[in-house]
Design a protein around this ligand. Structure first.
Ligand code: C2E
Ligand code: MG
Ligand code: MG
Length: 594
């Protein structure tokens, strides 16, 4: 059911007539006027079922039909609670006054005489829809804020539930109460209180409208049909396009943020706070009534605990969210407290067995929660944008270390550092990179940035452009975890990259699984054709090394050779033998001159 407020041509028009041609003619006339939503039914027996599905704004009903007459259908419509007030325009021959009376008695809204006069058709439809829109406005919209009211909310949440069940899509309901509503009203009086309420609605709506950047589409937000004024001081927001329950928290936070600024009313500044309760399907409510109750309970809980906050109704989601919030605040402080460190894992040449370079891997030793592995905090750092300063710190530390080692040893050691796709969106990336390289005077070609394959595939053209600019600096690019994303081979040939790192999941079962071995062999073959270096990740046993040598892989990394190590340990174990002084001494001993 649509509830046209202004644009009547948006209305859904249903017709029931056993002669299809009659309906086609009406449709053709009305299409000229801009109407576009039609539901045609030529079988009177099916009329009620179609009506229930289509929930039209008005119905054109033929009277004389085989099987079931228009009278019977009309009577049935008026008995049905949902359609008691549906405008029904009866199509009848002009002369038949007895039938007209009978139809009126049964509750017909208007008549149209056959054969149809197009002008009359248009006007009668317009007036009928106009009257319906007015009634709908009164019945379904709050007169103060002009937002859809409780009745429409109930209708929509039922529909949203059915859709969510069918498509296995999560939905979230936010119940939003204005904390100090009563005292504000008492202080400023009824009229000013109403004005403030309008402004509150307007502010929340502004968040709802721009929320498309995060969780729901512009279409849904633009129509603002998800936001309701359900009670005196209570609003309800239905999010039916979220990816996960926690998305609702982001929306709640944004709503609260727009009230940090006071509302101005006749020179006075009034601070508004909100209590927001969130309930989600399918994790919690299994029907709309439960969902509404849970959201309201969570909202009241917030209110009773001082308000100005939001809360999920479910303990599990709440604790998940709190854990995340806690991690996020620790992460923000970690940068200031310098809790990050880099470990380095050797990259080894398969033919010579010699160390070629290292990959810098981020380690976070949180004073609070101990060692936290990158898989746990990097996604969060990406979501919050913290990966940009963190990533900059990684590049800085890695280049400083590389420069120091290259001064100490007589080996053209190279450094790999991981770059998050989020960093590619940072407009400062190129200049930051350039500054760091110059500052530590490392040769750019000794630095390789690893980009994860799966993250590269969105906005590919923009990314290619940026990768080119990175390469223009002389820095090399590697595709990390290759094989786990969905990059097509044609893309691969267009990407400005130097190296492929074959994901550990393919290496783990080589050489004993023929299928995986073939994939690895094929990747290496392809990479060679494209002039790319190949690196196998996660090598843990000697048979894998033998296999990789045989299929001409260039380098490998893995626990077999070494785990990632702190800088000092790595130096002592793997780099010390290449110290300039040690090598010079070695040459002197063996009687060689430099
Ligand atoms: P990655 O870049 O693919 O790094 C390889 C991961 O595999 C590392 O995990 C490493 O410790 C692990 N590994 C190496 N050899 C073996 C092996 O033989 N067996 C097994 N089972 N694992 C092995 P780590 O250090 O936990 O890092 C995980 C991921 O976190 C990295 O995967 C990378 O995507 C990300 N990451 C690490 N540091 C950074 C960073 O500074 N910036 C960004 N954006 N991401 C990073
Ligand atoms: Mg990597
Ligand atoms: Mg990897």
């Amino acid at each position: 059911m649509t509830y046209p407020q202004h644009d009547l041509t948006n209305a859904t028009i249903m017709m029931v007539d056993d002669e299809q041609i009659n309906m086609d003619v009406v449709q053709a006339y009305l299409e000229e006027d801009g109407y576009s939503k039609f539901v045609l039914e030529n079988n009177p027996e099916r009329a009620m079922d179609t009506l229930k599905k289509a929930r039209p704004d008005t119905l054109f009903l033929d009277l004389v039909m085989p099987g079931k007459s228009g009278f019977e259908i009309l009577a049935e419509i008026r008995r049905h609670p949902d359609f008691k007030y549906l405008p029904v325009i009866i199509l009848t021959s002009a002369t038949d006054s007895e039938n007209k009376l009978k139809a009126l008695e049964l509750g017909a809204t208007d008549f149209l005489a056959k054969p149809l006069d197009p002008s009359e058709l248009r006007l009668r439809l317009r007036n009928t829809l106009g009257a319906k829109a007015y009634i709908d406005q009164l019945a379904f919209y709050d007169p103060l804020t002009n937002l859809p009211n409780k009745r429409l909310f109930q209708d929509h949440i039922d529909q949203a539930f059915r859709k969510a069940e069918r498509h296995q899509q999560p939905i979230a309901l936010l119940s939003i109460a204005v904390d100090n509503f009563d005292s504000i009203h008492a202080a400023v009086g009824q009229a000013a209180g109403d004005e403030i309420m309008k402004q509150i609605a307007f502010r929340i709506e502004s968040v709802v409208r721009q929320a498309d950047t995060l969780t729901f589409t512009r279409e849904a937000a633009g129509a603002a049909r998800n936001f309701y004024h359900t009670d005196g001081n209570v609003f309800s927001l239905l999010l039916d396009q979220i990816n996960q329950a926690q998305d609702a928290a982001t929306v709640a936070r944004r709503i609260m943020a727009v009230f940090e600024e006071p509302i101005r009313q006749d020179d006075a500044e009034i601070y508004i706070t909100l209590s927001i309760g969130i309930a989600t399907y399918p994790s919690e409510g299994s029907n709309s009534a439960t969902l509404i109750r849970l959201a309201a309970t969570a909202r009241d809980y917030v209110k009773n605990n001082g308000g100005n906050n939001f809360q999920f109704s479910s303990k599990t989601i709440n604790s998940l969210y709190e854990k995340r919030m806690c991690l996020e605040s620790l992460l923000r402080k970690a940068l200031e407290k310098d809790e990050f460190d880099l470990h380095y894992q050797p990259k080894v040449d398969l033919q010579s067995g010699l160390i070629q370079g290292v990959e810098a891997l981020l380690r976070w030793n949180s004073g609070h929660a101990g060692m936290i592995p990158p898989v746990e905090f990097i996604p969060l750092a990406e979501e919050t944008g913290l990966i940009v300063p963190i990533g900059e710190m990684v590049l800085e530390k890695a280049c400083r270390q590389l420069s120091e080692w290259r001064r100490q040893i007589a080996l053209p050691l190279s450094m790999n550092a991981n770059l998050s796709a989020v960093q590619l969106n940072d407009s400062e990336l190129i200049s930051t990179l350039n500054t760091i390289i110059l500052q530590h005077s490392v040769p750019a070609r000794a630095l390789t940035l690893e980009l994860t394959e799966s993250l590269l595939m969105n906005n590919i053209e923009e990314k290619i452009d940026l990768m080119r600019r990175i390469r223009d600096l002389g820095v090399r690019i590697s595709i990390d975890d290759f094989g786990t994303g969905y990059s097509s081979l044609s893309y691969l040939s267009r990407l400005p990259v130097n190296e492929l790192k074959i994901d550990r999941s393919f290496i783990v079962n080589t050489p004993h699984l023929a299928y995986d071995s073939s994939i690895v062999e094929a990747i290496i073959f392809l990479a060679r054709r494209l002039g790319l270096k190949t690196v196998a990740e996660g090598v843990e046993n000697p048979s894998q090394v033998d296999f990789l040598k045989r299929v001409n892989c260039d380098e490998y990394q893995g626990f077999l050779f070494s785990r990632p190590l702190p800088a000092k340990n790595l130096y002592d174990i793997f780099l010390k033998p290449f110290e300039r002084s040690a090598m010079a001494a070695g040459r002197a001993e063996s009687g060689m001159t430099p």
